[in-house]
Design a protein around this ligand. Structure first.
Ligand code: XIL
Length: 448
């Protein structure tokens, strides 16, 4: 199918969508705030990365549609997905996400046009002049297909090295075209879709450091020479080795002062409970304190599909329950929860979430650990269920009291029922595999 036909089809659909979004907004007037509605109250969008292959999962789609006002395709617009061989574009998965977003009145961030990773090998084998043509063709191919449908594009992603040098990262583009590839990409992008905001996006640039200084110098130079750049994306993947920097707000502000918007583009923070919630609060407060911080995107809907799932870095757990981090973000955005919504701060309803990790593994058995985290209210007791694969049996359990029904183990506290809002405890157990290495299923946590 030619690109022109796709364009017309896409544009026609967008008209219908706008009408649907208006209807939805009218109906939601009395409902509790969501991340998207609370952020809108602050003049911001609140987005998430989305994977096309989960859109068919009812809870995934329901959580996405209820909470978020912007989506970023997690992998579907990357070069390997969209132009696996030269000149052959495939937009099927990305179109599914864009169509879904439009049907819900959500905006779409484009991610990403020029990046050293998830790059098909044919790109790396081109000579300089061919590579320049291929880069521009790729930008034109994607931006043309989605013209008018993307609020911001990550035109170039991760072009700087980590560490103290502030140098550019080696890539086919850098190595063959030199520093100028970045500005060429931005100029091509501006012509391809003048309505889209054009962003440079990177990680470990969230605080003031040598890498962010190098990006800062580039943006300053672009602004002084009229190279078209509108925004800088701060990925904001945080964990204990890479915590939320204390000068996060200050760093966002100095970029904004160059005359670009700033966006938090791939936020996730490993951890759980009140500590994780406090870190999320810092990030949201930093964005809200910078008037040119136009929105935030978390890098996934649910912990279970996170690229760092073992770090449980997102706002919804694997059962799509709101975590303390969710409540913290909602309240930092000035939103209020639904009185009937378990876990929202101050709702008076005890709630908890349960997350599972395998903490040890050997040929005939493993140890599992379930972490119980109280929601927005203190709790005095909790109950979690663990359903074991049929062959497996539990030989020991600690920090909990089990009751059995077939292969379903219901665990209540032993000494550790009382938890402050957002605080965590947990129980552990040893399993005999008896030939099955499958993971147990953890049921919904209930609290009183
Ligand atoms: C990640 C995706 O989340 C994974 O599913 C994929 O396997 C690798 O890429 N910086 C980026 C994102 O700009 O595109 C990356 O996304 C995470 C780091």
């Amino acid at each position: 199918m030619s690109m022109t036909v796709r364009r017309l089809t896409r544009a026609a659909t967008a008209g219908l969508v706008a009408a649907a979004a208006l209807t939805a907004a009218a109906h939601s007037a009395e409902a509790a705030d969501t991340l998207g509605s609370a952020a809108a109250g602050q003049g911001r969008y609140f987005g998430t990365a989305v994977a096309a292959n989960h859109l068919g999962e009812a809870d995934y789609a329901a959580t996405l549609d209820r909470e978020f006002s912007s989506v970023t395709p997690e992998n579907e617009m990357k070069w390997d997905a969209t132009e696996p061989s030269r000149g052959t574009f495939s937009f099927g998965s990305a179109d599914r996400i864009v169509d879904h977003a439009q049907s819900q009145g959500m905006d779409v961030r484009g991610h990403t046009l020029v990046w050293h990773s998830q790059l098909p090998s044919w790109v790396g084998s081109l000579g300089a002049s061919d590579l320049r043509t291929a880069m521009n063709d790729h930008i034109n191919g994607l931006m043309g297909h989605y013209k008018g449908e993307i609020h911001s594009w990550d035109v170039v992603n991760e072009a700087f090295q980590d560490g103290g040098s502030g140098a550019r990262r080696s890539s086919p583009f850098q190595d063959k075209l030199g520093n100028g590839f970045i500005e060429e990409a931005f100029r091509t992008a501006r012509a391809a879709d003048p309505a889209a905001k054009l962003c440079y996006n990177d990680y470990n640039t969230d605080g003031v450091n040598a890498k962010s200084n190098a990006v800062y110098d580039m943006v300053k130079d672009f602004k002084s020479r009229g190279v078209p750049i509108d925004c800088v994306g701060f990925q904001s993947h945080f964990n204990s080795n890479s915590p939320v920097p204390s000068d996060y707000r200050q760093n966002l502000q100095r970029f904004a002062d160059l005359g670009v918007d700033v966006q938090i583009t791939e936020l996730d923070i490993e951890g759980s409970g009140s500590a994780q919630a406090a870190d999320y609060t810092k990030v949201v407060e930093a964005c809200l304190a910078v008037s040119r911080c136009t929105g935030m995107t978390v890098w996934g809907v649910t912990d279970k599909y996170s690229w760092r799932s073992s770090g449980t870095p997102l706002l919804f757990d694997g059962n799509y329950s709101e975590k303390p981090a969710y409540d913290a973000v909602l309240s930092a955005l000035g939103g209020s929860g639904d009185p009937g919504d378990p876990g929202d701060p101050g709702d008076g309803t005890p709630s908890c979430t349960a997350t599972y990790t395998r903490t040890a593994d050997w040929s005939s058995g493993y140890n599992g650990q379930v972490t119980i985290t109280a929601g927005g209210e203190p709790i005095s007791s909790w109950t979690a269920t663990v359903t074991l694969p049929a062959q497996q049996s539990v030989s020991a359990l600690w920090n909990g009291t089990p009751a059995w029904s077939g292969n379903v183990m219901t665990v209540r506290p032993s000494w550790n029922g009382t938890l402050a809002a957002g605080a965590s405890t947990g129980f552990g157990f040893t399993v005999a595999k008896n030939g099955s290495d499958a993971a147990p299923a953890i049921g919904i946590c209930t609290a009183s």
